[in-house]
Write a protein that binds this ligand. Structure first.
Ligand code: SF4
Ligand code: SF4
Length: 96
């Protein structure tokens, strides 16, 4: 077996490597989700748990204290919906 890397392979960046601080924001991970979270703000108590548990840091707090998801970074895992104490986040099928 030939273990030499081709010139093309040598130019590829390593997968799953953060090569400089703060660079993850440049990689939008939202394109591969099937379901997206939708919040009913009438039920929300602004506790911030959705923000705290999201592995993609996709939630940001707005000026009114509510947490809004940036779908460019949400991968649709559903953790926020499962952990919301008020069950006011529903996962809905993403329309493409
Ligand atoms: S976890 Fe639920 S209740 Fe808490 S801020 Fe998020 S949406 Fe609102
Ligand atoms: S579905 Fe997953 S990735 Fe998307 S906002 Fe909720 S916890 Fe974050």
């Amino acid at each position: 077996m030939n273990h030499e890397l081709s010139e093309k392979a040598k130019k590829l960046s390593q997968g799953a490597v953060i090569d400089k601080p703060g660079s993850t924001v440049e990689t939008k991970t939202g394109g591969w989700k099937t379901f997206k979270p939708v919040t009913n703000y009438e039920e929300c108590i602004k506790c911030g748990k959705c923000w705290a548990v999201c592995p993609e840091a996709a939630y940001k707090q707005n000026k009114d204290g509510f947490f809004e998801v940036d779908l460019d970074y949400c991968k649709g895992c559903g953790i926020c919906a499962k952990e919301c104490p008020k069950k006011c986040i529903k996962m809905e099928l993403e329309e493409k």
